[in-house]
Design a protein around this ligand. Structure first.
Ligand SMILES: *Cc1c(COP(=O)(O)O)cnc(C)c1O
Length: 402
């Protein structure tokens, strides 16, 4: 007997429930292909929408910056400073989005969990879409504000909640494109409803940034959000994230965002790579990459005869976890890496395959994917898509996503 025996018990319980997760080791990466366990797989599992994560220009920019400025930041930026690369990156992001000010964070998770407690405290209310990302949910919890979860995309429900729930400050948070469903929020509707009730709107633009909006500037700021969060690990092929908003916010974040204050800054190379990714993204090459990924997404949705999604995430909801895992395994046997997404990442009863497309997927890869999906999810193409009869109530989902 040991005090640590609970570890085995918890692992065994996960295994029994079919929810034990493991990680794959990638041995090589080229274009949209990866080598896993000595086998080549086409990667439909990455959010590297513009295909920049494997771009030699990003790797070269990272290496150059690290030769000049060193690899590690050494400490929190408040203690040991940040570099000219950080300054350039924050300025370029602000310019791209059109926001007065941008503060860089180490990840989207750190941005959301750092930001929300700065905006809200125990006297405040946060209104959160039921399908918001775990980092937003955790940010809500850390803020100790009252959290009101509104039904996914339900503008009227949001408005009712805003009328009913009063507080010192009120904050509405939503993703622009939802990470596991690929659908888009009605951002201008949300902003209008929030503004009419004097609430602040925060938009997590993780899956729109670099993909949608003018020159890939995302959707949140253009829709009038007060504060926007975006990541650099998806479309920009690097890592890190940012909070965009008024200059006063950026100044307050220095002082109050604990994930910024108490965490060593991003490596210089990562920031330089993100900056190189941003520069490619906002040029004509970025436009070409965005059209390519859009074209592939439309072709995939049309070939599967499912509604077209807003960005580059295509979910195929299979319902049962076993079905999703089995379909994913079958696809892998055919050289296609399409992850099964299970609870707690998605609500119980809505396990799915989540396909993400990238600008560097080739036509032939798409054809193989369509054929593979038809075989692996045959039953699905006879029923209504995403009928998801047992999607639980919003509050259940927030509770479940621990
Ligand atoms: C990926 C993601 C995050 C987290 O970003 P990381 O940089 O991976 O930590 C936050 N919000 C949403 C909506 C995301 O999809």
């Amino acid at each position: 007997m040991s005090a640590l025996d609970f570890l085995d018990e918890e692992l065994a319980a996960l295994e029994r429930a079919g929810r034990l997760r493991t990680v794959r080791t990638v041995e090589a990466r080229r274009g949209s292909e990866v080598e896993v366990g000595g086998r080549r797989l086409v990667n439909f599992a990455s959010n590297d929408y513009l295909g920049l994560g494997v771009d030699g220009r990003l790797a070269a920019a990272a290496a150059r910056a690290e030769q000049e400025l060193g690899v590690g930041a050494g400490s929190s930026r408040l203690i040991s400073g940040h570099t000219v690369v950080t300054e350039r990156l924050e300025a370029a992001l602000a310019e791209m989005i059109g926001a007065p000010s941008v503060r860089l964070f180490n990840s989207g998770y750190a941005a959301n969990t750092g930001l929300l407690p700065v905006l809200a405290g125990p006297s405040d209310v946060i209104f959160s879409d039921a399908l918001n990302h775990a980092s937003l949910i955790d940010g809500c919890r850390l803020s100790r504000a009252k959290v009101v979860v509104y039904r996914h995309g339900d503008l009227e429900g949001l408005e009712r909640a805003l009328m009913a729930e009063l507080g010192r400050r009120r904050i509405v948070i939503t993703e622009s494109v939802f990470s596991m469903d690929g659908d888009a929020a009605d951002l201008s509707g949300i902003v209008a409803v929030a503004r009419a009730r004097e609430a602040i709107t925060v938009v997590d633009d993780a899956h729109a940034f670099g993909v949608l909006g003018a020159r890939g500037a995302g959707l949140g700021w253009a829709a009038g959000a007060d504060i926007v969060v975006g990541t650099l690990g998806k479309s920009f092929g690097a890592a890190g994230a940012f909070v965009a908003g008024p200059a006063r916010l950026a100044d307050l974040l220095w002082n109050r965002a604990r994930t910024l204050v108490f965490s060593t800054g991003l490596s210089t190379g990562t920031q330089a790579a993100a900056l190189a990714g941003l520069e490619i993204s906002r040029g004509v090459e970025g436009d070409a990459r965005r059209s390519r990924v859009r074209e592939l997404t439309i072709r995939l949705c049309d070939a599967l005869q499912i509604p077209r999604v807003a960005a580059a995430i295509v979910p195929l909801v299979l319902g049962s976890e076993d079905a999703a895992v089995a379909a994913s395994k079958q696809l892998e046997a055919e050289g296609l890496w399409v992850p099964a997404i299970r609870p707690p990442t998605v609500p119980a009863g809505s396990a799915r395959l989540r396909i993400t497309l990238g600008a560097n997927h080739e036509d032939q890869a798409l054809a193989r994917l369509v054929a593979g999906l038809r075989g692996a999810c045959a039953s699905m193409f006879h029923v209504e898509r995403s009928a998801s009869p047992d999607v639980p109530t919003p509050s259940m989902f927030h509770v479940e996503q621990t």
